[in-house]
Design a binder for this molecule. Structure first.
Ligand SMILES: Cc1cc2nc3c(=O)[nH]c(=O)nc-3n(C[C@H](O)[C@H](O)[C@H](O)COP(=O)(O)O)c2cc1C
Length: 193
């Protein structure tokens, strides 16, 4: 049986992004012999291609292909002004309408205020749903105050880490439940693929 692919997308413009560290942390926890993992940092994509919505540009086309091939996608974002990042919005707008068809999705945010954890569910989740996601598991919010970087290693506070483990378990079950029929009831970009 071929290995399943889990992709993490991180969407902070910061070169020292805490969100990107959380994405790596999640992928490390997800890692097992039956899964391949990959992290795509949107800030590394060609900025001109992103801003001009050039979906034919190699940098965009490669990322779209990676998403097509993924069985599960971890979408991570910092919360900016009570919503998901503008970089993530630009990227999602570039994708085909049903780019997430058949996939399990785990939304994760980092932010300064837990008062904004709702942003994941009221602003991001409906967009992911409309892109055909098969199953969007419980969103996870990692408060800045719960993160520490020690010797280049991310440490997450005990309580949030326990919630992260639960979300990861839920997500892995959903990825593992993928069957030949995973597109049933969901539109997908190419019906005869
Ligand atoms: C311009 C700006 C706006 C922000 N707005 C919010 C906000 O509305 N709610 C919140 O909880 N955190 C907010 N934050 C805090 C970030 O979400 C937090 O620092 C996050 O962990 C940054 O992730 P990054 O290091 O990956 O960019 C904001 C930060 C910046 C720079």
């Amino acid at each position: 049986m071929s290995k399943q692919l889990v992709l993490a997308i991180s969407s902070s413009p910061s070169p020292t992004s805490k969100t990107a560290r959380v994405a790596d942390y999640v992928l490390q926890r997800i890692s097992e012999p039956t899964l391949m993992t990959r992290h795509i940092r949107l800030r590394d994509m060609d900025p001109e291609a992103l801003i001009s919505a050039k979906s034919s540009h190699v940098s965009v086309a490669r990322t779209v292909t990676a998403i097509e091939q993924a069985d599960g996608v971890v979408i991570t974002t910092p919360i900016f002004k009570a919503s998901y990042s503008g970089l993530l919005k630009i990227f999602l707008d570039l994708l085909p309408q049903f780019a997430l068809a058949g996939k399990a999705v785990l939304p994760v945010a980092t932010g300064g205020s837990v008062a904004h954890l709702l942003a994941l569910d009221y602003s991001l989740r409906p967009v992911l749903q409309s892109m055909g996601a098969r199953h969007i598991v419980q969103s996870l919010f990692v408060p800045e105050s719960e993160m520490q970087v020690v010797d280049e290693q991310l440490r997450i506070g005990e309580q949030t880490d326990a919630m992260l483990n639960e979300a990861i378990h839920h997500f892995k079950c959903s990825v593992g439940a993928t069957t030949e029929d995973r597109f049933l009831g969901h539109p997908r970009p190419v019906r005869n693929a």
